[in-house]
Design a protein around this ligand. Structure first.
Ligand code: ATP
Ligand code: MN
Length: 478
C-alpha cells in the first residue's frame, strides 16, 4: 500500500534495484560533477540523497526543484559514494508534484527562531525540529495506550462538553448556540439558559476525572486521554488553553499505589521513547547542546538523553508537603530573601519553590504528598488529622508539576460536607455523590498533562512548541 517510506528505503541493502521516492526537497546542491537533492517525507529525521548528472535534466525543470518543492523521484538504489549515508538514489526521472517559489516559501535552509516558526505553524512540521517533536509525541501517545492496555486498564471516553462547572480547576470555555446579539432572558432579566442547546449552561471540560471515577467504580481500572480546555489567562511556557490530559482512575488503589503507578508509568513511557525515538532524540539533544553553548559551563544542563536516562534509572523522592515546607524554610534562598513569594505552612507552592526542591535540593523528580486541604480540591480524601488531604503532585526538573493526583474521598458524608463547604450546590453533583452512596470503595487517580511530558522528553522550553497547533490567549489561527 502506497510508496515505500524514506525511513524504510534508508534501511534497504542497495542492489541497483529501482525505487520510487516521494518527498519534499530539503536542499539542492549543484557541483561540477553532480546535482544532489536531499528529500524528506517526514517518516524519519534522515533525508535520502538523490543524485543526478549535470545536463541530465533541463535547466527549466531544475529551477523548479527548490527547497520546499515536492517531488516524485524514480531511480536506482545504490551504495552512497559520499559520507553521511549508506545508500542514495541515482535518479532516472523526476516528477515535480508541487513547486515552492523561493521568493515566497518561508522555510529556507537556515536557522529559524521558534517564535517565527510559531507564526507559520502550518509549515513548521516540515522542519527537522518539529517533525522530530511530532514523531516523539506520537510515540509517547502510543506508549501511553500500550502501557495501560498491558496493565488491564480500559480507555474510557469522557465527554468534552460538560454541564458540571464544579471542578474548580480553572476558568472554563462556554459552549452555547444562543444568539449572542439577542439573548433570551428570564423574567428576572438573567440569561435564560433553558433555551440553550442543552437546556442548561454548558462548557468545555477542564478534566475528565469526575466521569473517570464513575468508570472506575464499575470497570475498576480506567484511563482517559483526551483534550481539556482551560481559559486561564496564563501566558507561561507551561500552560496552554487546549491541552491533552491522561487521567487514570483506579478502584482499590490507595495513595501509595497511586504513587507507584504514576512513577512506573512515567518511567515506562519515557523508556519507550528512548528505545524507539533514538534518531529524533539525538537530533534534539544536539540542538539543545548547540543552544546552550552560549551559557556558562556551570549553568548548562545534562545532555537530553542523560537527563532522560537519569529519570528512568532513579527512584523519585517522596516526601510530604509539610517536610517540603521545612526544607524550604531552611533553604539558602529563603534565608537570603531570594524567593519572590513567602514560604510557610499553608502556602500554595510556587514554581520557584517546586524548582528549588527538584533542581537544587533533591536533583531528581519529587512526589509531594499530603497537602493542606484548603489549597486542594474538594474530592481529595481527608487525612486523619483533618488538616491535610491525600494529594500527590509529581514535580519534574525544568517543568514543575507534571502530574497532580490524589486518593479520592470515598465517604459520602465527608464528601458532601466538603462540597457544601466550598459552596457547590450538591444538586449539581448528584450523580457524582451517588458513587459514594452505592457501593463506594477506596479509589485513586491522577492527571498527567501530556504536553508537559512531551516537553520534558523533547527538552523544549515552551509548551507551545510541542503541540501541532497551540491554543493560547489571542492565538487560534491554524
Ligand atoms: P498548574 O499548577 O501547573 O497550573 P494545575 O494544578 O492547574 O497545574 P491540574 O488541575 O492538577 O493542574 O491538572 C493536572 C495536570 O495537567 C497538571 O499536572 C499539568 O501537567 C497539566 N496541566 C494543567 N494545566 C495545564 C495547562 N493549562 N496546559 C498544559 N498542561 C496543563
Ligand atoms: Mn495540580
Amino acid at each position: 500500500m502506497g510508496p515505500l517510506q524514506i525511513k524504510d528505503i534508508l534501511q534497504t541493502a542497495p542492489e541497483n534495484q529501482s525505487v520510487v521516492v516521494k518527498g519534499w526537497v530539503r536542499t539542492k546542491r549543484e557541483s561540477k560533477n553532480a546535482i544532489f537533492i536531499a528529500l524528506n517525507d517526514g517518516s524519519t529525521i534522515n533525508n535520502i540523497q538523490a543524485v543526478a548528472e549535470p545536463g541530465q535534466f533541463s535547466a527549466e525543470l531544475l529551477l523548479t526543484v527548490t527547497t520546499g518543492s515536492c517531488l516524485k523521484v524514480t531511480g536506482q538504489l545504490i551504495a552512497s559514494q559520499g559520507a553521511g549515508q549508506t545508500v542514495e538514489v541515482k535518479i532516472s526521472d523526476i516528477e515535480v508534484y508541487g513547486t515552492a517559489d523561493p521568493e515566497e516559501y518561508p522555510l529556507q535552509p537556515k536557522k529559524h527562531s521558534l517564535e517565527f516558526l510559531r507564526e507559520i505553524a502550518h509549515l513548521r512540521p516540515r522542519t527537522n525540529t518539529f517533525s522530530a517533536i511530532l514523531r516523539i509525541r506520537h510515540a509517547l501517545a502510543f506508549a501511553v495506550h500500550q502501557y495501560f492496555n498491558d496493565k488491564g486498564f480500559f480507555y474510557l471516553h469522557t465527554p468534552v462538553i460538560t454541564a458540571s462547572d464544579a471542578e474548580g480547576a480553572g476558568e472554563m470555555f462556554r459552549v452555547t448556540t444562543l444568539d449572542l446579539n439577542n439573548l433570551p432572558r428570564t423574567e428576572e432579566g438573567a440569561i435564560n439558559f433553558k433555551e440553550d442547546f442543552f437546556g442548561r449552561e454548558a462548557n468545555l471540560t477542564v478534566s475528565g476525572q469526575l466521569e473517570g471515577e464513575l468508570g472506575a467504580m464499575a470497570l475498576s481500572k480506567i484511563y482517559t486521554f483526551g483534550p481539556t480546555f482551560r481559559a486561564e489567562n496564563s501566558n507561561t511556557t507551561r500552560h496552554l488553553a487546549e491541552f491533552w490530559m491522561i487521567e487514570p482512575e483506579m478502584a482499590f488503589f490507595e495513595l501509595e499505589d497511586n504513587m507507584d503507578l504514576a512513577e512506573d508509568f512515567v518511567k515506562k513511557v519515557i523508556t519507550y521513547a528512548l528505545i524507539n525515538c533514538k534518531d529524533d532524540l539525538n537530533f534534539l539533544q544536539n540542538r539543545l547542546t548547540e543552544e546552550e553553548k552560549s551559557k556558562p559551563q556551570n549553568e548548562r544542563s545534562l545532555p537530553l538523553l542523560e537527563k532522560l536516562a537519569f529519570v528512568v534509572d532513579n527512584p523519585f523522592e517522596r516526601l510530604t508537603y509539610t517536610e517540603a515546607i521545612d526544607i524550604l524554610l531552611k533553604s539558602k534562598p529563603h534565608k537570603e530573601g531570594k524567593f519572590q513569594f513567602p514560604v510557610g505552612w499553608g502556602i500554595d507552592l510556587s514554581s520557584e519553590h517546586e524548582r528549588y526542591l527538584v533542581e537544587k535540593h533533591f536533583k531528581k523528580p519529587v512526589i509531594l504528598t499530603n497537602y493542606p486541604r484548603e489549597i486542594k480540591s474538594f474530592y481529595m480524601k481527608l487525612d486523619e488529622d483533618g488538616k491535610t488531604v491525600r494529594a500527590m503532585d509529581v514535580l519534574f526538573p525544568g517543568i514543575g508539576e507534571i502530574i497532580g493526583g490524589s486518593q479520592r474521598e470515598e465517604s459520602y458524608e465527608k464528601l458532601l460536607g466538603r462540597v457544601k463547604e466550598i459552596g457547590i450546590d450538591p444538586e449539581n453533583l448528584w450523580w457524582y455523590l451517588e458513587t459514594r452512596k452505592f457501593g463506594t470503595a477506596p479509589h485513586s487517580g491522577f492527571g498527567l498533562g501530556f504536553e508537559r511530558l512531551v516537553q520534558f522528553v523533547t527538552g523544549m522550553g515552551n509548551i507551545r512548541d510541542v503541540i501541532p497547533f497551540p491554543r493560547y490567549p489571542k492565538s487560534a489561527e491554524f
